[in-house]
Design a protein around this ligand. Structure first.
Ligand code: NI
Length: 164
């Protein structure tokens, strides 16, 4: 395992749509392991493959309170969403900044795991927010497009822990 360089906003790769993963090759396995290590080292709660420069539909998530975690989502799709939550959001690709974003409070998603087994997951609150945030990355979108009001500097260490 190794950490990879996190791309920051302004890097064109963060604006491009990602391709589906057809099969889990040793290279994809290594990518997933590296994404986990990179996310943990950066104290993030989620990371999408384009953030480490790879245009594949893969995200890893660990918000610290949910099971099963870490959550590895290959070719994830949101099946249902409902409700609303508005809270501060940050991103490892825009360090030190955060802003208010409204997301669904509940999502049901399907994805494949690192062994290409398909599963479904229901999520609420922070995990639902994180799934939406990470899936946006796979289509070349960042949370700043959805920020209500102004982006601002992260004020406390607690908030930096929620960068995704
Ligand atoms: Ni992000």
């Amino acid at each position: 395992m190794a950490t990879r360089t996190i791309r920051v906003m302004g890097d064109e790769i963060l604006t491009k749509p990602c391709k589906e993963v057809k099969q889990i090759t040793p290279r994809i396995k290594e990518l997933i392991e590296d994404m986990l290590e990179t996310m943990y080292e950066a104290n993030g709660v989620g990371l999408a493959a384009p953030q480490v420069g790879v245009l594949r539909r893969i995200v890893v998530i660990d918000v610290g309170t949910e099971e099963p975690e870490p959550l590895i989502m290959v070719n994830p799709v949101i099946l249902e969403s409902s409700g609303e939550q508005t809270d501060e959001e940050g991103c490892l690709s825009l360090p030190g900044k955060c802003g208010k974003v409204t997301r669904p409070n509940y999502v049901k998603a399907k994805a494949f795991d690192e062994n290409m087994h398909e599963y479904e997951i229901e999520a609420e609150g922070l995990l639902a927010r994180c799934i939406c945030h990470e899936l946006d990355h796979l289509d070349g979108h960042m949370y700043v497009e959805k920020v209500e009001g102004e982006l601002h500097d992260v004020e406390t260490e607690e908030e930096t822990e929620e960068e995704a």
